[in-house]
Design a protein around this ligand. Structure first.
Ligand SMILES: [Zn+2]
Length: 175
């Protein structure tokens, strides 16, 4: 019994550690004025792929953190399947990325904040463990949730304020 709870604690610490790394990437996205989402792919205790949201920077609507991290991991493994890998991401994946997780055959998904609007790992859809699909991903949600949610909400608040300010200055210019 003691051993079991110790193991669980170890697992939690591991999850927190890798989510911290994903969080650092999310902060990089924020510094680039991208929606702050970061992701890492872990294989045998090692990060083999990482990414942060770059849709605006790359003019690429598919350049989500998960997509970039998975592409890098596939190159590292020299394989289009990411068997026995875990993806850590600071925000619950969208439908596109959830589909990608199934295609990649990734073993496990760990996310921080739920996305109540478009989350596809259980919040609005569940594409990652859907029996109609040929692969189901193990899911853990809520690791570093407060930290990662705060980064997102601060970002959106700032962006809304900036847009408001922009509108104001356009109105003034029109006078
Ligand atoms: Zn996505």
């Amino acid at each position: 019994m003691v051993l079991d709870s110790d193991n669980r604690e170890d697992d939690e610490n591991t999850d927190q550690y890798f989510m911290e790394q994903a969080f650092k990437l999310a902060q990089q996205a924020e510094q680039n004025n991208e929606i702050p989402v970061g992701a890492v792919v872990v294989y045998q205790g090692k990060i083999i792929g990482e990414g942060f949201n770059k849709s605006i920077m790359l003019n690429d609507p598919s350049a989500h953190a998960e997509m970039l991290a998975i592409r890098q991991a596939g190159k590292y493994l020299n394989n289009y399947r990411l068997l026995d890998c875990t993806l850590y991401v600071t925000l619950e994946p969208c439908p596109m990325c959830a589909g990608l997780l199934v295609h990649s055959r990734i073993k496990r998904l760990v996310y921080a904040s739920p996305d109540l609007k478009t989350g596809a790992a259980g919040s609005t859809f569940n594409l990652v463990c859907n029996e109609q699909l040929n692969h189901q991903v193990l899911v853990t949600g809520g690791i570093l949730k407060i930290q990662c949610s705060q980064l997102l909400s601060t970002f959106f608040k700032r962006r809304r304020a900036e847009k408001k300010q922009q509108r104001k200055s356009i109105n003034i210019a029109n006078y």
